[in-house]
Design a protein around this ligand. Sequence first.
Ligand code: ADP
Length: 224
Amino acid sequence: MTSLIAKNISKQYPAATGKPLEILTDVSLTLAAGENLAVVGPSGCGKSTLLAILGTLDEPSAGTVTLDGVDPASLDEKSLAQFRSRQIGFVFQDHHLLPQCTVLENVLVPFLADGRAGPEQVATAEQLLERVGLSERRLHRPAQLSGGEKQRVAIARALVREPTLLLADEPTGNLDQSTATDVIQLLLDLQQEHQSILVVVTHSETLAARLQRRGVLDGGRLTF
Ligand code: ADP
């Protein structure tokens, strides 16, 4: 059974003077395929740090993360990059689309980690663009899209390799309320269709209320 297990994660940063700054303390969570979790807390409480650790972009000072039974800390740099591009999809507040590339090329980016994208990959990307309602925009550049459309492209890009784990950092932070509602619904629908695991970090209680589970990050500790 697919699962994400974080056990007793702590994260400290060295401080200029005195004892290290403790950002996360003993954070544990377990999620199975098809489950989704919102982690809420004010700005600066460590949400992005937690997401980066779950996404193998950062290492915990203590504790372990395993995804599908694999501990990313056991992988060398090349294997870790492959594992991340195959198993994890990211959606950020600022969509991070490549401005010089078309919508279709942006959705194909995760395949480039393994070399060129062939006809099969292009077909997968086109199907996803259809699913997020942007087929007719596939040759547009990001600058020609609305904020909601850009975020829908980012969602298609995150899902194109059918990752086990989908991580979203304030995915609706730059959108108006009505667009935000549509984008989060799309994210949740696709997560259910793909039966991936979804973790969203946000300061928005409105967004958090749409997810199955809600955790609060406060003083470095995650409580449910
Ligand atoms: P959030 O996403 O909840 O706004 P972050 O995870 O971005 O919070 O940051 C949590 C805390 O960790 C902040 O106080 C921030 O200043 C600190 N922090 C983040 N990265 C570093 C770093 N590389 N070195 C030192 N402190 C950091």
